[in-house]
Design a binder for this molecule. Structure first.
Ligand code: HAM
Length: 464
């Protein structure tokens, strides 16, 4: 027999257990309600996609694609099937018509498909939009998603290898700043409703394919001049992705970065106008924000508007949400030209942490009633009333074994039940129930109808 061993969750992954899972469900449910009130609709995407999809959209030089894809694997190949298919198509399955024996190897290589667990869901949303011809549907497509993402980051508080996002994307022909402002409004409405207080919204515009390349070149030239004042990561980025230098948190680089040219001074007229209209739209909606010229974001697909929301109580991983415009992405991934896009993703793990740290956890409906019964005649009555109470939407615990009343009441207390329903021989004989409110030990005798009516109205009153 093999040795006994216990298993643990993989580093960077975790179990979300009750009662926390109730808070998670409530947060996700609230997000769905808010998003649907803005006419966004749920899209359910695969958890893995072709590696190439992420490499092309997020960018080869980004941390996500370069270091954090978790994990990449290959579709197993059926070599026998490839040989048979080639045999069917031509006379010799192994070599080409010139007798080159490498032909079969090239064929195998061509068919190897690298797959990756999704590090984010914008790429998948855009892939689905193109694949299903959604550009032919009327107006903008407003989509939202809820689910796990995977990045091989160094785990710490608020940073996991399997984490969760609630995100939204708008894809379609228009890039009106009203769309940017509306999704920011929606985001903040959700945060307010979810008790996520002490948040700050930062916004920026990083230009378009007209003005950004010129700015990036200028930035690169300026960075080359101060190269020896920068650390190795930033030095490398001067050539690969100079915008990312602006993201640096290294204290010794801050003074140098502050003196670099700012994108806001190099936006083309159209981008400048888009950004200024966005700010007017935000004022119209009473949304306060801070401009942050260094907000370039870690993914390559962004154009124009970028934004982030930070929250307190999270330590260094304080971004609860990030997003922005990605107007060229649909075309880059082989879709029609001219489709615009914008979206965001909230890190659910961090949103929940922040709600918990601020002490704003809502009182969520838990166990309503524990049924305490005594005597053989009480059992069928208990089974029956449990079914009726559950049908009214109440959470009911019916212990499988009979317990002494004292013990049952103790259990009800430990489980956090609001009421204990007592069914003993007296109750069976008089066709009544004794309902005890555990908070103040108040007891009342009720008929079945009275009981159902009373608990129903209690449930409505408490929101349970
Ligand atoms: P992102 O900034 O990479 O953007 O991630 C969005 C949010 O996901 C972050 O602000 C953070 O709260 C959370 N997050 C990211 N990595 C981790 C992690 N390892 N552990 C816990 N939480 C994490 C995107 O993913 C873009 N797809 C957002 C977007 C949608 N842009 C346009 N549309």
């Amino acid at each position: 027999m093999s040795e006994k061993r216990q298993f643990r969750a993989i580093k960077g992954t975790r179990d979300i257990l009750p009662p926390d899972s109730a808070l998670w469900n409530w947060f996700e449910k609230t997000a769905r309600e808010v998003f649907e009130s803005y006419n966004f609709r749920d899209i359910r995407l695969p958890i893995f996609e072709e590696t190439e999809l992420f490499a092309r959209s997020i960018g080869e030089e980004t941390d996500i694609v370069g270091k954090e894809m978790w994990f990449t694997f290959q579709e197993p190949l059926d070599i026998e099937q490839i040989i048979q298919e080639r045999a069917k198509a031509g006379s010799n399955p192994y070599q080409d018509k010139y007798g080159d024996l490498r032909a079969i190897l090239f064929e195998v290589q061509r068919r190897v498909q690298a797959l990756t667990l999704r590090p984010e869901a914008t790429a998948g949303s855009v892939r689905a939009y193109i694949e299903h011809g959604m550009h032919l549907l009327p107006g903008n497509q407003k989509l939202y998603y809820v689910g796990p993402m995977f990045r091989r980051e160094r785990p710490q508080k608020g940073r996991y290898r399997q984490f969760y996002q609630v995100g939204a994307e708008v894809l379609g022909p228009s890039d009106a700043p009203a769309i940017d402002a509306e999704i920011l409004e929606m985001l903040l409405v959700l945060f307010k409703r979810a008790g996520l207080v002490n948040t700050t919204l930062y916004i920026n515009s990083i230009g378009c394919k007209e003005c950004r390349p010129k700015y990036v070149e200028l930035l690169r030239e300026e960075l080359r001049k101060v190269k020896d004042k920068l650390g190795p990561d930033s030095q490398r980025r001067i050539e690969t992705n100079p915008l990312r230098v602006l993201d640096s948190k290294l204290p010794e680089e801050q003074a140098v970065i502050e003196k670099l040219p700012r994108i806001s001074e190099h936006l083309c007229a159209a981008c400048r106008q888009h950004f200024s209209e966005l700010k007017d739209e935000l004022s119209l909606r009473d949304i306060s924000y801070e401009e942050n010229w260094r907000l370039v974001r870690g993914l390559d697909y962004y154009t124009r508007t970028t934004f982030e929301v930070t929250a307190t109580g999270l330590g260094s991983q304080n971004a609860v949400c990030g997003g922005g415009r990605y107007d060229g992405l649909v075309e880059l991934l082989g879709g029609p030209a001219g489709v615009k896009g914008i979206g965001f993703a909230i890190g659910t793990d961090r949103a929940i942490l922040s709600i918990q740290e601020s002490g704003n956890v809502p009182r969520l409906p838990g166990l309503s009633v524990l049924i305490a019964r005594m005597g053989p005649k009480a059992y069928p009555v208990a089974v029956n009333i449990a079914k009726k109470l559950r049908a009214c939407g109440l959470a009911v615990e019916l212990p499988p074994q009979e317990m002494k009343f004292g013990k049952a009441l103790g259990l009800a207390d430990k489980l956090g039940a609001r009421y204990a329903l007592i069914i003993g021989e007296d109750e069976v004989a008089s066709r009544t129930y004794t309902l005890k409110r555990l908070a103040d030990a108040e007891q009342r005798k009720l008929t079945e109808n009275e009981l159902l009516e009373y608990l129903e109205s209690e449930r409505r009153g408490s929101g349970a």
